[in-house]
Design a protein around this ligand. Structure first.
Ligand code: DAH
Length: 345
């Protein structure tokens, strides 16, 4: 130590100051009770304007030896405090997560005495209600496979090969058999073919089920959804029977103050074809589905003589109907299986 050194003890003062600020900093970081508080404490303790960082400015007044020693101590203190902050952040994040999980805790095993532990999904309820209404009108219920042949889904239903109508169905094909021969059914109409080829007429039948299209999920579309199909084949069935059946269904399912209308349309498997809409008591219309007189080619494809048998068919989506009735406006809510959403219905 020489006389030239301006403040021989200045380095020691700074070391003591660093120790004091580090101690205070540790206390302050440990006291932060939330992530926001921790962020504020961190800025105050190791930020650019913190007293500790401010000590850097006083290094210039020290001799080289003192500058090195004090500089090292300062950096070590800052690093140590940053590590403390990091540790505290992990603790607080874990705590916040634990608290969130606790708040969102659902006891899925809870059974309230005297009450069933769960209930049917909204779509299942809608299917059962629709079946009830149609059974009340004299229909039976039939089902068909979800993996179908191209023939049942399209060919037998009078979609000519390579016809653009097929493109509207965004078909998902299954890698089975000859290429394009096997698919996930795009509608419930192939169940009509199953019914007509499975037993002799007459048929008064509804066919609910799951259908598939390669669609991106949004508020009004799902790649997997549900339809219900209707088929009536007997002698002397006319378009008036179709219109009457649609209207009787509308009143039975929605209520006596609802009405229905048919608008001309096109489907390969019906001729003539129509869309049917229902009118709510407030006068607004809801587009429900398609219908028409079963095309003679379809009857013939299923081995029935079109001169002897006539009929009508209809089909509509169930999911949109189910949510419309409950004031839900996003189809995806039905299938994300958030128990808090589902238990409302
Ligand atoms: N299968 C049609 C679809 O998915 C709906 C449909 C239209 C069904 C007319 C029918 C019908 O039975 O007659 O878009």
């Amino acid at each position: 130590m020489t006389d030239e050194s301006p403040h021989p003890a200045a380095g020691d003062d700074l070391i003591a100051e660093i120790g004091r600020l580090e101690g205070e900093g540790r206390d302050r970081l440990a006291a932060a009770a939330t992530l926001d508080e921790l962020r504020a404490a961190e800025t105050a303790v190791v930020g650019k304007r913190s007293p500790l960082t401010g000590l850097r400015r006083r290094l210039g007044a020290l001799d080289p030896e003192g500058r090195r020693t004090v500089g090292k101590a300062l950096n070590a203190a800052l690093e140590a405090l940053e590590a403390v902050a990091e540790e505290r952040r992990a603790e607080l994040a874990a705590e916040a997560r634990r608290r969130q999980l606790e708040a969102e805790r659902l006891d899925l095993t809870e059974v309230t005495p005297g009450r069933p532990a769960g209930h049917l999904h909204l779509v299942t309820q809608a299917i059962e209600e629709l079946e009830d209404v149609f059974v009340g009108m004299g229909f039976t219920v039939a089902e068909g496979p979800e993996i179908e042949t191209e023939w049942h889904n399209f060919g037998a239903l009078n979609f000519p090969p390579d016809h653009p109508a097929r493109d509207e169905y965004d078909t998902l094909y299954v890698g089975w058999g000859e290429r394009g021969s096997t698919l996930l059914r795009t509608h419930t109409s192939p169940v009509q073919v199953r019914v007509m080829t499975g037993s002799p007429p007459p048929y008064y039948c509804v066919m609910p089920g799951r259908v598939f299209r390669s669609d991106t999920a949004d508020a009004t579309h799902m790649p997997v959804f549900h339809q219900i199909e209707g088929l009536v084949v007997d002698r002397d069935i006319t378009f008036a029977d179709l219109a009457g059946t649609i209207d009787a269904f509308t009143k039975a399912y929605f209520g006596g103050d609802f009405t229905s209308r048919l608008r001309a349309s096109y489907f390969p498997f019906t001729e003539p074809s129509a869309e049917f809409d229902i009118q709510r008591p407030d006068g607004t219309w809801l587009e429900l589905g398609g219908c028409g007189m079963v095309h003679p080619n379809v009857l013939a494809n299923c081995g029935l003589d079109p001169d002897e048998w006539q009929g009508f068919a209809f089909g509509f989506g169930i999911d949109r109907l189910a949510i419309a009735r409950h004031g839900v406006d996003d189809l995806r809510d039905l299938f994300t299986n958030d128990i808090r959403f589902l238990t409302q219905f």
